[in-house]
Every structure is written in structure tokens, then in C-alpha cells.
Design a protein around this ligand. Sequence first.
Ligand SMILES: Nc1ncnc2c1ncn2[C@@H]1O[C@H](COP(=O)(O)OP(=O)(O)OP(=O)(O)O)[C@@H](O)[C@H]1O
Length: 287
Amino acid sequence: MEGPDRTKAGYTVRHSCIGGLNLQGAEHPAQPVIQAQGVSLTFQTADGPIHALKDVDLTINQGDFVSFIGPSGCGKTTFLRTIAALENATGGRISVNGQSPDQARRSRAYGYVFQAPGLYPWRSIAGNISLPLEIMGFDKADRRQRIERVLELVDLAGFGGKYPWQLSGGMQQRASIARALAFDADILLMDEPFGALDEIVRDKLNEALLDLWRKTGKTIGFVTHSIPEAVYLSTRIVVMSPRPGRITKIIESPLPRNRPLDIRDSAEFIALAHEVREGLREGHGDD
Ligand SMILES: Nc1ncnc2c1ncn2[C@@H]1O[C@H](COP(=O)(O)OP(=O)(O)OP(=O)(O)O)[C@@H](O)[C@H]1O
């Protein structure tokens, strides 16, 4: 397991964000955005306590793309939900932009994408994207502008008037990403958003997400079961293990931020995938 010093230490990122665009080449000190220190979460159930998270230490810096991977029940979703104040840690501390998760939720610090698109069938795609904006009190003209911008970002320009059932599964998931992007939070939390999609659609969405991340410089936390997906997308890969749910390894990616899909055939990619697989195997051995 990586020592806590490594996970807590700052490091430099090779990009900067100006006007929402991600420019490569400049050296800037890492800005911690999400910090977890000794985070534990125990669910009390009729069958006894479940230690969904134990002593999780992790720092996610601005512009990081961090994937969480591990076998079912290792606490990936619980950790993401705890960052988003959808669950409360029973021990330790989490800060998001220097605030508690609850304050961060109220200040709309992040967008959250669930495993299923969760679009309302009686609202058009534009209407679905508009809903959180309406709740937040954005005026009509602003909403219209934002909807257009995010539909373009996820390559759904012109589909705002369609209803969810008129779109493919991949398009619906892109619409749900657009909804999470609409209020322009710097952080995007994504819980296995492409898990239910076929390989080809998933490849396309992976490429689109990476492109969006490069363009916007957002900080992304991403849950996945797929080693290639984690390796293709991430700047860091967090390997987790169950009983109790914990981090067993953190792997920094040496891959460049610009990644065509065929990078998956490169020796670096294959070596990294191997390292993740080994990490998963080691974690499993601890059970
Ligand atoms: N609300 C809850 N009440 C009781 N136990 C829960 C609750 N939510 C999660 N758990 C348990 O906590 C553990 C971690 O669950 P979690 O969903 O975070 O794992 P995961 O790694 O995301 O799994 P998967 O890959 O299957 O989605 C599991 O044992 C799960 O059954």
C-alpha cells in the first residue's frame, strides 16, 4: 500500500486554467480540492455493522481525474457519496473546496452523475437540464444559454427538444452529464456513468469525457469497474479493497493528458493496466 505521505503530498500539475480552458505546459503548485483524512463510515444493519470505509486518506488536486476501482462492496460509491454529502462519515474529515461536504453541496461545488441517466420522461432533454437551474433560480435567458452550451459540450447540439425515450442509452447518459455540467461546478463526481453501455458507445463517451475534461480543466472523481477505462481516463487511479472498504494503492499515471484511443495499444498503457490489475489482486489477497 502507498504510504499516506505520498497521498497527502502536493505535486505539480502540467496545466493551468484560464477562462475555463485548460492550457498545457505551465507549472503550477497543486491546489487541493477534495481532502479526506482518516475517513470511516460504518453502516449499522440488522446483520451487524458494515465497515464500508475505514481510514481513507486522499487528496484530490485541481484538474485531477481520479478513478476509483475495486471489487463490488469496497466502498467506491460510498466514498463518492460521502464527498457529495449524500452519506455522512462516521469518523475522520472531508473537505471540499475548504468547506464541509454539506456546505459544498449547498454552494453547488460539484455536479453528480449517477449510474443511470435518471432523466424525467415527461420533460424534454432541455427541460431535464433546465430543472436544477430552475431550482437554483437562474433566469430564463441564462438557462437557455447554459443549456445550449452544455448540449454542445456533450455533442448533443440540436437534441434539446427531444424526449429521453427518443435518445439512445449513450445519448441519455450524455444528457445526464450535460445536466451535471449546466451550473458550471468545478468538480464533477461520476458514479460508474458508463457501466451499462456497450463497448463501442463507452469508448466514444470515454473520448468525449476526456476531451471535455481537457477543455474545462474540471476536477473529476470517477467510479468504474473497468481497468482499461480507469487507465485511459485518469491522472491517478485509486485501488480499493473490501471488508473493510479501504484504499490499498494509489497509482499516478505517466500518460500524457492528450490521449487518443489507440494509446491503449501502447507499452505504457499496458504496463499501467498491469499495475492496476496487480494492485487489485494484492488487495484481494488481504481479505
Ligand atoms: N445504505 C446502506 N446501508 C447498509 N449498507 C450499505 C449501504 N450502502 C452501502 N452499504 C454497504 O457498504 C459496502 C460498500 O458499498 P458500496 O456500494 O460503496 O461499494 P461499491 O464498491 O461501490 O460496490 P459496487 O461496485 O457493487 O457498486 C457494501 O458492503 C454495501 O453493502
